[in-house]
Design a protein around this ligand. Sequence first.
Ligand code: F0G
Length: 349
Amino acid sequence: MWRGLIEAYRDRLPVSDSTPVVTLHEGNTPLVPAPVLSARTGCDVHLKVEGANPTGSFKDRGMTMAVSKAVEAGSKAIICASTGNTSASAAAYAARAGITCAVLVPQGKIALGKLGQALVHGAKLLQVNGNFDDCLALAGKLAQDYPVALVNSVNPDRLEGQKTAAFEIVEALGDAPDIHCLPVGNAGNISAYWLGYQQDAQAGNATRTPRMFGFQAAGAAPIVTGAVVHEPSTIATAIRIGNPASWTRAVDARDASGGLIAAVSDREILSAYRLLAREVGVFVELGSAASVAGLLQQAEAGAVPPGATVVCTVTGHGLKDPEWAISTAPAPSTIRNDVLAAARALDLA
Ligand code: F0G
């Protein structure tokens, strides 16, 4: 029986027998083949569906570690800045641990589902008149001056938990893929995967490490342009970040793996979001679609060798943002309670 990633990978994580494990049985997410994407790119494409985690995003991998370690250290409260998913996850794990959770989010810039999650789990939520980068700076100062543990990905325990996704992929494929694509926001996740893949290669579980392909939204692409973006803008609110905390680590992952970090436009993100939902059957949030948008872009540009094994992480569930899903789909028609009316509306009669 799966009992969460700390139990599964205990020997490869900084935990001991005295660590109180706070878990919602996160991890062990599906690696789903995507034949439609394989046909389009000439590669063998798989999706690591992280929306299948307990709170609907990959953040749960890092949060089980960060909250377990915070409780072990005696913390009674945690704090984070968030574009939404971190706050949802932190709130759930804090509830599970019976400790307080404070979250700082950019006002009006987080998806409705994420706001609902943080609130329903009982977090103390503050909407800040600023962007994510402002929220992170505030959270860092609060954690410095007050007795609250910071659980953003600047906390190394977060990356330790998140690296386990790479372990799962290597186990599922029997080796590391040739290329791994993922969205980049605060740049913690690309750093965590790279850590995991390197450890798997060192341990002899994989014969190679993949090339890491990271994708930022074009209006929030500081790593691509090499300069902080003071007013990041994109429809993909999850990755609307102008000054990533793990910037250097992401650049290291890119360079050491022979990979790249490129920008995808909002149009490309939206088109991948729709393709995933309508042709692959996987409903992800906009930010998550950046990995697939990036793969399609790079395949088109000839940067992806034919036949390569490619994994795209889709980081969060589409239900996080129902407003977006509804507003961009055709409006449903309303009918009388009548068979013929239904048949006509369905073009059956
Ligand atoms: N995808 C989703 C759905 C996210 O929520 C995030 C980050 C990322 C990708 C990027 O990951 O930051 O490790 O590069 N969300 C954070 C949050 C910032 O607050 O929920 P990253």
